[in-house]
Design a protein around this ligand. Structure first.
Ligand code: HEM
Length: 413
């Protein structure tokens, strides 16, 4: 099944190795030089990293997030039953036609008109977080700035009381641990319990919104469900958990990655360039886009082949096989980008795949880009001399490529 050329491109890289998670881009550069798909032995599947190949595959209906009929996955083990239940109808676990219907409904809350209306609220959250630590001269930015902002935004979008935030965060952290490949059996039990509690919380929330509807996405989904019977309560719950977990975690990490990148690239005399660029929405958006290309938080997504096919000319993929799409490596593809490893917001060839593409393109794309822009504009407007207090360390997970902590400081004079 595996051709000679393909075998030549087998790679062995523990995705949990400390030096790799700290800087996977060194390895990506080596793999790019092979100019072909690579067989990642630790995962046991072929991976694409060329920009056009990854982009094309995300849009190619011969690949899907689920395996084709006849190649179904093994049922989850008993200790992950509740976790699986909370994921069963998440958009990421669905394909058309069920996916199309649910996505259309959820998307109503994420169109540009709705997102633009959130701008004043996002600004207010950013300012109020900074009010809390501005007088201290130093802060750990992930906990005190990057985490509360997207959490408060997504609870507002869904219509969930803000006071539930800390509990939602605890459930979310417990659940996403299962995607990191670093979890223990105990972590899986904890994730399963978190999923069960999260599910029950949303069941109660749905019952309460049925009695007292409001303008949030949960109420809108319930109305659509009750009027048309087109979706189920299970779908509403699973998609809400996805929005609260994946959307939130990725935005926190990206805000951390982006801030660390900016503090490194615009230190000293270069800071004035950044402050200037952030004043203008167009150049500020370009900084966000380049930071998504340069420092993506989610590096690996997978797809299942829906038929037998060939990749890169001579790699045979059988129906039901899983392949890996290395989004962050594609973002540094030397065939697509000049000086691919240089952070350059003014680059003429700007593009990235950090938010995916095709049917499952990130539904929160507009929202997260606006959150990143406003959070960065407000941060540097309020603390223009912000600097790193120590070297940022990446956490030891490959799938969520984000910082363990981001300690920053500024002068109080
Ligand atoms: C910088 C932050 C974010 C990044 C990097 C990110 C990245 C992604 C990527 C790569 C996908 C596609 C996955 C695939 O094709 O297999 C995706 C899908 C998705 N994202 Fe995001 N995301 C972010 C923020 C958000 C936010 C804020 C929300 C919601 C509020 C959100 C909700 C979703 C949902 C629901 C999907 C599934 C869409 C579908 O299957 O149709 N994301 N995201």
């Amino acid at each position: 099944m595996v051709s000679k050329k393909a075998l030549k491109n087998s790679i062995l890289q523990d995705p949990r190795a400390t030096d790799f998670v700290a800087n996977p881009y060194l390895r990506y550069s080596q793999w790019h030089s092979l100019d072909a798909p690579v067989f990642w032995e630790n995962y046991g599947f072929w991976c694409l990293l060329n920009f056009d190949a990854v982009s094309g595959t995300l849009r190619d209906r011969r690949f899907a997030r689920l395996p084709p009929a006849g190649h179904e996955l093994a049922p989850p083990p008993p200790h992950l039953q509740e976790f699986a239940k909370a994921e069963r109808y998440s958009l990421l676990a669905m394909e058309p036609p069920a996916h199309t219907q649910l996505r259309k409904l959820v998307n109503k809350a994420f169109v540009s008109r709705q997102i633009d209306a959130m701008e004043p609220f996002i600004k207010q959250i950013a300012h109020s977080s900074i009010d809390h630590f501005e007088g201290t001269g130093a802060v750990e930015l992930l906990e005190h700035y990057a985490t509360p902002l997207p959490l408060r935004v997504i609870t507002r979008v869904l219509g969930i009381p803000e006071e539930a935030g800390p509990q939602l965060l605890a459930w979310s952290h417990a659940m996403v641990k299962v995607y990191t490949m670093t979890q223990s059996f105990e972590d899986e039990i904890t994730a399963n319990t978190a999923a069960a509690e999260f599910y029950a919380f949303l069941e109660d929330m749905i019952a309460s919104k049925r009695r007292n509807p409001d303008d949030g996405l949960l109420s809108h989904m319930i109305t659509a469900r009750d009027e048309t019977q087109s979706i189920s309560d299970d779908e509403i719950i699973c998609v809400s958990i996805l929005l609260l977990n994946a959307g939130h975690e990725a935005t926190v990490h990206q805000l951390g990655n982006m801030t660390a990148t900016l503090l490194t690239h615009y230190a000293g005399e270069r800071r004035a360039l950044l402050l200037d660029a952030l004043k203008d929405e167009v150049t500020a958006d370009a900084i966000v886009a380049e930071s998504l290309r340069f420092a993506a938080p989610l590096h690996l997504f997978t797809r299942y082949a829906q038929e037998d096919l060939t990749l890169g000319g001579d790699v045979h993929i059988a129906k039901g096989d899983q392949i890996g799409l290395l989004l962050a490596a594609a973002n540094r593809c030397p065939k697509k980008f000049s000086e691919a490893n240089t952070f350059m917001p003014e680059r003429p060839d700007s593009a990235h795949l950090s938010l995916g593409a095709g049917l499952h393109y990130c539904i929160g794309a507009l929202l997260s880009k606006m959150e990143l822009r406003i959070a960065t504009q407000v941060l540097f407007q309020r603390l223009p001399e912000l600097m790193l207090a120590d070297e940022p360390q990446f956490q030891d997970t490959y799938h969520f490529h984000g910082l363990q902590s981001l300690h920053v400081k500024w002068s109080l004079l």
